[in-house]
Design a protein around this ligand. Sequence first.
Ligand SMILES: Nc1ncnc2c1ncn2[C@@H]1O[C@H](COP(=O)(O)O)[C@@H](OP(=O)(O)O)[C@H]1O
Ligand SMILES: [Mg+2]
Length: 260
Amino acid sequence: MSAADVLVPGSPATAEDAALARELADATGQLLLDLRGRTSPGREREYAGDEQAHDYVTGELARHRPDDAVLSEEGSLDPTGWRGAHRLWIVDPLDGSSGFGRGNDEWGVHVALVVDGHLAAGAVSVPGTGALVDSGTVERVPDHGVPDDGSLAVTVSRSRPPRELQAVERAFRVNLVKRSAAGVKMLAVLDGEADVYLHSGGQYEWDNAAPMAVAMAAGLLATRIDGSVVPYGQDDPYSPDLLIARPSVHAAVLRALRGR
Ligand SMILES: Nc1ncnc2c1ncn2[C@@H]1O[C@H](COP(=O)(O)O)[C@@H](OP(=O)(O)O)[C@H]1O
Ligand SMILES: [Mg+2]
């Protein structure tokens, strides 16, 4: 296997899988937009969205990649189908489901491929805004360095901001960008609206696999908040925290989180 064949997000070897991830994130998003247009705000819409998006995306993956395993948020209770799989699709059919139920645009679809525990490809759609990105075609973002004035726009969960924010606020003048849904926050960093996406206190692999794959392919650094690699395809898919930023900002925030 040559260097170009290494299975990392954005490498030519994963282009076909990234294209499929994009196609499925887009089509599932269109299904959800259509459902939103036909239903009233509330929990019924939220539950219908979770269920219909899960059924659609897992059905399509079974058709296109019959030999691969699938871990979807809605199908995560039975590990026999995905535990220890060589090629594992990790899917959040509807991330930010409560926003979808209420009728705002802070929700999306995540489709990622993990090979032997490593992210290989991924796509995120945020249908309400028309955003659609995948690890095969996303443009690389330049590393601007840390803002000279010491300010930092940090995107965090609207409902569960991370307690580590205090350490970052001691080191930088922080402007908070509160958003729901992990893919929405990753896109805020990709678009330059935020410098950093910081999360702690809990998530699952389906919440962050596809956003992390796209971020890595774009040249962002995407790690746990101690700087270590985020593992995927674990027996327990709990994935407590993450830090996504351009490389120089990522290094500066890690120093702040370590109290240095
Ligand atoms: N402390 C926590 N424990 C478990 N899951 C969490 C969490 N904080 C966020 N999440 C999940 O991560 C996703 C993004 O959350 P947030 O919008 O707060 O950033 C949501 O996924 P779902 O919408 O798919 O449930 C949410 O449930
Ligand atoms: Mg989610």
